[in-house]
Design a protein around this ligand. Structure first.
Ligand SMILES: CC(C)(COP(=O)(O)OP(=O)(O)OC[C@H]1O[C@@H](n2cnc3c(N)ncnc32)[C@H](O)[C@@H]1OP(=O)(O)O)[C@@H](O)C(=O)NCCC(=O)NCCS
Length: 171
């Protein structure tokens, strides 16, 4: 297994691979149309990682308008709806790079802050988000179908200079 990967925009032909990764990595699963709808809505922030000529991870996002998590004002926000990396390719930085690249994509749609929900027990994901300057803003009680609470985590745009360096997408 190679350590190299590339990040690129999702294409419709990736749908089976992305749905399979979603099913194998997360209990929150969706019909194909949900994925394709998000792609139609915000293609620049629906990305896949390719490893060994196969899709090994994805991230998909939605652009929403709402009240800021940081000030009492309406803003355009980027919502990370789902992100996952196949087990055998984890801890190589792919998840972090997918999130960084998706943030860049969401900025292009005018989003000035970014947020997501994550299970309180999902230590790996929380670590990744905290490394990217997301902070826990609220606890969403019983957010998941099985009753587990979520953290709502959010961050503002332009917090660290690493992001202005769109960086190597090949590792
Ligand atoms: C969250 C996820 C996308 C991260 O992908 P990844 O490619 O492994 O991420 P990275 O390699 O960029 O970073 C992994 C980080 O998690 C940390 N980590 C891994 N397992 C951990 C654990 N059990 N507890 C705490 N931190 C952990 C690593 O130390 C690493 O941080 P570091 O680079 O500072 O050392 C991946 O774990 C995944 O697909 N999980 C299942 C789906 C999921 O939970 N998605 C998020 C839903 S909100």
């Amino acid at each position: 297994m190679s350590d190299d990967y590339t990040i690129r925009q999702f294409q419709r032909e990736d749908i089976r691979a992305v749905v399979n990764i979603n099913k194998s990595c997360l209990p929150e699963n969706y019909p194909d149309q949900f994925f394709l709808g998000l792609h139609h809505h915000a293609p620049k922030s629906f990305l896949v990682a390719e490893c060994d000529d196969e899709v090994c991870g994805y991230i998909m996002c939605r652009i929403e308008r709402g009240i800021s998590s940081f000030k009492k004002a309406p803003v355009k926000k980027g919502h990370i709806v789902s992100v996952a990396v196949r087990h055998e390719y984890r801890n190589k930085g792919i998840g972090t790079q997918l999130i960084r690249a998706a943030i860049e994509g969401m900025r292009e749609y005018g989003a000035s802050e970014f947020f997501l929900e994550v299970r309180k027990t999902n230590e790996a994901a929380i670590a990744v988000y905290e490394n990217l300057s997301f902070e826990i803003k609220r606890v969403l009680k019983g957010y998941y179908r099985d009753g587990e609470d979520a953290y709502l985590m959010a961050r503002q745009s332009g917090l660290d200079e690493e992001e202005s360096d769109t960086g190597e997408q090949t590792n």
